[in-house]
Design a protein around this ligand. Structure first.
Ligand SMILES: C[S@@+](CC[C@H](N)C(=O)[O-])C[C@H]1O[C@@H](n2cnc3c(N)ncnc32)[C@H](O)[C@@H]1O
Length: 258
């Protein structure tokens, strides 16, 4: 289990006001919080804990009601509502996109389905090492490891010479449970997103990248500051409080100096 250092957690916590969550229809009912799963016979302790957490989690229910493929959608929604990053017409690359809830949000906010007549139409490209079931408005590259040269080639080919307005990465390795090792593995994925963003983004673009906090966090932040005007660590409320998960939001890509 990854636990965010307390001092960092308080400085990262997004101050999303309650009314945003209420407006989105969230209810933290006492019933939901106290719900205890029954019929757990034969399940392992970790499986019981997972089930209890799912049942107590208002975002799980909300994701079902909103037809999002998973609760992660609300992390992106919350970050975008606060920082106003996404807009119609943008070209966004979604790294580690399966099952697809971030892509669903990206389609809505970039107008990739052209639902907002008269507004520019966006492009959403989703990549994952797992298969991704089709999402209307999204170009999908499934079964592809983002860190490989082949992935880069496929992405460049579907981008057809367009520069990215944004690269978002929710990529996470399979957790081993060894905190330092998991941190290193996710940092490796984060750096591959940073490299790709640096090579494909337009000046002014943004990058949102997930991390599990640890020893190399500060080095990554420093590296991001070389390429972006503003770098901010954020932890949305939809990110579980007992997890070391955090995101770096890097805005204002400076371009690659030759
Ligand atoms: C937390 S999930 C992403 C959830 C997604 N943002 C959503 O909203 O549906 C993390 C994803 O990262 C993917 N991933 C991990 N390593 C990867 C890699 N090397 N290349 C591509 N995808 C990777 C995993 O397969 C997994 O689907």
């Amino acid at each position: 289990m990854h636990v965010l250092r307390p001092h960092l957690r308080s400085s990262l916590q997004l101050k999303t006001s309650d009314h945003v969550l209420l407006a989105a229809g969230f209810t933290m009912s006492a019933k939901a919080e106290k719900q205890v799963p029954t019929n757990l016979k034969g399940r392992s302790k970790s499986s019981q804990e997972w089930l209890s957490r799912q049942l107590a989690d208002p975002y799980v229910e909300k994701a079902k009601m909103s037809n999002y493929r998973c609760r992660s959608a609300f992390k992106l929604i919350e970050i975008d509502d606060k920082f106003r990053l996404l807009s119609p017409g943008q070209c966004v690359v979604d790294c580690g996109a399966a099952p697809g809830s971030w892509s669903q949000v990206l389609v809505q906010r970039t107008n990739a389905l052209s639902k907002d007549a008269g507004k520019p139409v966006g492009t959403v490209i989703a990549i994952d090492r797992l298969p991704i079931y089709p999402i209307e408005g999204v170009t999908i590259i499934g079964n592809t490891d983002f860190t490989t040269a082949a992935a880069r080639e496929k992405l460049l080919s579907v981008m057809e010479g367009r520069q990215a307005d944004a690269v978002v990465s929710d990529m996470a390795p399979n957790a081993t449970g060894v905190r330092a090792m998991d941190h290193e593995n996710i940092v490796h994925l984060a750096y591959s997103a940073v490299r790709f963003a640096a090579q494909t983004s337009r000046v002014g673009a943004f990058l949102l990248v997930k991390l599990w906090d640890g020893a190399i966090t500060i080095a990554l932040e420093r590296d991001l500051m070389r390429f972006y005007d503003k770098v901010k660590a954020v932890k949305p409320m939809a990110s579980r409080s007992d997890s070391a998960e955090m995101f770096f939001l890097a805005r204002g890509f400076k371009g690659l100096q030759s």
